[in-house]
Design a protein around this ligand. Structure first.
Ligand code: GLU
Length: 508
């Protein structure tokens, strides 16, 4: 590639960034970093009707949380700014004028009502070469009349003059050559005098040129706008610097039937947004990956594999690995199923990699929520507890369920386990066990294990029966890490108390 790689992520601040948009940002970022190029964040806020306060901050915060770094943007600045379209009105105005002066665009006065009437009259009406001369515009009306209307302040739009009967070729690096006949395109509105703003189409394309974008990497839903990109570049005389196109496959519902939507997330209980979003108008709260307990590395890894694969079976890849391995050749054309369970699996894997001390810090607020004062335990203790149980959880918050017995005595005993494990002779065995425990001086895991197991063997007791009953009294159910690691952690006195309480409380 002889051209400097410059890619852009160009969201419209119309609400929270959807997880599909996050994937688009990620692929842009991976591609940019791999080629030593630049990643631009452009805010496309020309549609004032759909502007939502807070959405721009949300975009920035989401990308920062995931480690998707921006080289040029509203916050970062850069040579080709401003990076917010509402601050580029003059630029668009000039470009609209250029097109008008060169006869590549024209002014149209048709009111919404007139357009509506036309649609009712002509089946499949499209504003194009076949209809434009029957409409109220600068092609069909005398120049002085056009000027008179403009001077009178009549609202107008500027439309792109699409030449009919041309094959427009879009070169897509995933899909190959996509040819679209210009007859299916309408004369797109590029600018509206009413708010003195360009439409998405003009602003997006002018900015791609001015920001020297080399690759337009975006969701498949934008493929229909690509021919317009090509034609506008041509109309402006920029064909030589036309970006390459990459349209990413759709994210599909978990069952593969149709596009992933917010409703699927609500229905199946998973977030479709990176961060929790509080809708400023409705007050509605949508869940986010961050608040649901996901680690950003896990989300990045999970998203990277939705529509791309490294060419082998490797699944766990850090951002650095992804930057190295990413390639458009391995992006799929067909939609990617949103396998939410896989997302949990990634979080589980990444959680195992987190340092126990750090995990302990993340766990402390959860302890507090459950009525435990973390200060009653040393950092080492919490870290050791976390180490013992983390293999069983997907999320930090689940550490509590797996480790509560380290912090509080059981108050209930699992019914099924009692039924199965608490025999008639168990209370007597447990009383005997208490005596054995009392005599142990070194209560470390290995020492206690050797003595207790030695006692069971010497007496010819049934190992499973004794150990399961023991566990039941200490944990409250027959699960948990190595029994003697638990007793070492809670200590001799507490272990004996729990066995005693079990004898008193467990009734079969
Ligand atoms: N503003 C468009 C969006 O919201 C950008 C599409 C593009 O990347 O060209 O996704």
């Amino acid at each position: 590639m002889n051209r400097e790689v410059r890619v852009r992520f160009a969201p419209s601040p119309t609400g929270p960034l959807h997880i599909g948009g996050v994937r688009t940002a990620l692929y842009n970022y991976l591609f940019a970093r791999q080629h030593g190029g630049k990643m631009i964040l452009r805010i496309e806020d020309t549609d004032s009707q759909r502007f939502v306060p807070g959405a721009e901050d949300y975009i920035n915060e989401s990308l920062a949380w995931l480690g998707i770094e921006i080289d040029e943007g509203v916050r970062q600045g850069g040579e080709y700014g401003p990076y917010k379209q509402s601050e580029r009105r003059d630029i668009y105005r000039q470009h609209v004028k250029t097109l008008l002066d060169n006869g590549k665009a024209y002014i149209a006065f048709d009111t919404p009502e007139e357009l509506e009437a036309k649609r009712a009259e002509v089946a499949n009406f499209q504003y194009d070469a076949s209809t434009r001369m029957s409409m109220r515009n600068s092609l069909s009306m005398p120049a002085d009349e056009v000027q008179r209307l403009i001077d009178a302040g009549e609202k107008y739009v500027v439309r792109f003059l699409i030449e009919p009967g041309r094959d427009v070729v879009v070169n897509d690096l995933i899909r190959g050559k996509v040819t679209i006949n210009s007859n299916v395109l309408d004369d797109k509105v590029l600018y509206k005098s009413a708010d003195d703003l360009p439409t998405y189409h003009l602003a997006n394309i002018v900015d791609d040129h001015m920001m020297k974008v080399s690759h337009v990497i975006r969701g498949e839903e934008w493929l229909p706008s690509a021919p317009l990109h090509v034609l506008l570049y041509e109309a402006f005389g920029w064909t030589e610097t036309m970006p390459e196109f990459v349209h990413l496959p759709l994210l599909l519902k978990p069952d593969g039937k149709g596009k992933l939507s917010k409703r699927d997330g609500d229905r199946l209980g998973f977030p479709v947004f990176p961060l929790e979003w509080h809708d400023p108008k409705s007050g509605e709260i949508s869940s986010g990956y961050r608040e649901a307990g996901y680690l950003p590395q896990a989300v990045v890894n999970f998203l990277a594999l939705l529509g791309w694969n490294p060419g082998d079976d490797t699944e766990i890849m850090s951002m650095t690995d992804l930057i190295e391995k990413f390639s458009l050749d391995h992006c799929s054309k067909s939609g990617a199923k949103f396998d939410f369970e896989k997302g949990k699996w990634f979080n589980h894997k990444y959680l195992q990699e987190v340092d126990n001390t750090q995990l302990a810090e993340m766990f402390k607020p959860i302890l507090a929520e459950n009525g435990i004062n973390p200060a009653d335990f040393s950092d080492e203790q919490i870290a050791r507890i976390v180490e013992m149980v983390k293999g069983r959880v997907n999320f930090v918050k689940d550490l509590w369920e797996q480790s509560r017995f380290f912090f509080v005595q059981p108050t209930e005993y699992d019914e099924k386990s009692v039924k199965k494990r608490w025999k008639e002779d168990t209370p007597a065995l447990m009383s005997e066990l208490i005596e054995v425990l009392k005599n142990i001086e070194d209560f470390s895991s290995a020492s206690t294990e050797a003595i207790v197991l030695g006692w069971i063997t010497d007496k010819g007791y049934h190992m499973g029966n004794v150990m399961n009953a023991f566990r039941l009294t200490v944990v409250g159910e027959c699960k948990g890490p190595h029994m003697f690691d638990i007793t070492e952690m809670i200590g001799k006195e507490e272990t004996i108390t729990r066995v005693q309480l079990g004898i008193e409380r467990i009734i079969k």
